[in-house]
Design a binder for this molecule. Structure first.
Ligand code: NAD
Ligand code: ZN
Length: 341
């Protein structure tokens, strides 16, 4: 089969023929139809310091996908050949304290497809049956293939109290854009979205933001929308230090900051003035809650209240991996996907 492989400890991916994965008795083989390209793939492509510390080439890249089940292991009872599915890409041990207390999303033994084991930028992927998530018949493979980043946005937004809330979303990358639509569907009374990128601000407007602003104008927009109080909730979705400080500055006293964006290095925070004396709550987001977040994704899609379609702006075949990575790097794209079959 064809696969995009991180072949050596150096920048780039290589499209090559590799053997089809073999499955264990508790796994299924999935024919990949669509796959989402994400910032993590760019880190691995560039072979930056994070990727060098984490990944061990050679491996097949990619962790967001949807497709059809092609084969099932002997012990699998609830997934069948031909099922239309996506999957949770974090494979957890299911046995540790976290897993056994409903917190698998922070299982310390998590292995991620396309990072720690072979991923989905390929014709086929093997997945544990427990990680498989069925798609409704009317959900396209395009939308199925982006359940992972949509799930990040659902997790970030819906672990805060959104109905009636004033919300600031800092960063309108794909996940921030999904979050705009989710907050709208969940009944936020005011959604202010900030980014430095005009293309992405236009997409945020399309997804339902009431105000779309450059970070320099965020303070004024928040003040206008909240009678000078600050927003009830900030979803920090950029990982940029100045945006993180802005999150603490523009949340109201007693408010909540949901932190999804990952800063590339440690940042200094004045805990006394930015956090403690404001009495705020900070929530760190890791992946998707298993599987409450996945139920939320399916229910919101099923309701028709949330439509992520406008966020997908670019499609490429696996052969055009360099162009796909480049579309992300230039900031020209919303969500980029591979059309595989
Ligand atoms: P992304 O990284 O492209 O989005 C970040 C956006 O922030 C960009 O559109 C950028 O223009 C914007 N930005 C830059 N400076 C800004 C500023 N000062 N104020 C507001 N916005 C600013 O794409 P993404 O895939 O949506 O990822 C968002 C973040 O979430 C990244 O940091 C990513 O690493 C992180 N992430 C975290 C998890 C998790 O589980 N915690 C999972 C996936 C991604
Ligand atoms: Zn565990």
């Amino acid at each position: 089969m064809r696969a995009l492989v991180k072949e050596t400890a150096a920048p780039g991916f290589k499209l090559k023929e590799v053997p089809e994965p073999t499955i264990r008795d508790d796994e299924v083989l999935i024919r990949v139809r669509r796959a989402g390209v994400c910032g993590t793939d760019v880190h691995i492509y560039d072979w930056d310091a994070w990727a060098q510390g984490r990944c061990k080439p050679p491996f097949v890249v990619g962790h967001e996908f949807a497709g059809e089940v092609a084969q099932v292991g002997r012990l699998v009872t609830d997934v069948h050949i031909g099922d239309r599915v996506t999957a949770e890409g974090h494979i957890v041990d299911g046995r540790c304290l976290l897993c056994r207390t409903g917190n698998s999303h922070v299982c310390p033994h998590t292995r991620i497809i396309g990072v720690d084991r072979d991923g989905c930028f390929a014709d086929y992927i093997a997945m544990p049956a427990t990680n498989v998530w069925h798609l409704d018949d009317n959900i396209s493979f395009d939308i199925g293939g982006i359940h992972d980043p949509m799930g990040n946005a659902f997790h970030t937004a819906l672990t805060a109290e959104i109905p009636g809330a004033t919300v600031l979303i800092t960063g309108c990358g794909p996940i921030g854009l999904f979050a705009v639509g989710i907050c709208k569907a969940a009944g936020a009374s005011r959604i202010i979205a900030s980014d430095v990128n005009e293309t992405r601000l236009a997409l945020a407007r399309r997804m339902g933001a009431h105000d779309v602003v450059h970070p320099n104008e965020a303070a004024a927009a928040v003040s206008r929308a909240t009678d000078g109080l600050g927003v009830d909730v900030v979803l920090e979705m950029s990982g940029v230090p100045s945006a993180i400080h802005q999150a603490f500055e523009l949340v109201r006293v007693g408010g909540r900051v949901q932190m999804l964006g990952i800063p590339s290095k440690p940042i200094e925070v004045n805990l006394a003035s930015e956090v403690i004396f404001k009495g705020i709550t900070i929530y760190g987001v890791v992946g998707r809650r298993m599987y409450d977040t996945w139920h939320q994704v399916t229910r919101f899609l099923r309701s028709g209240m949330f439509d992520p379609t406008p966020v997908i702006t670019h499609r490429f075949p696996l052969e055009a991996a360099d162009e796909a990575i480049n579309a992300i790097k230039t900031g020209a794209a919303g969500k980029v996907i591979f059309e595989i079959a």
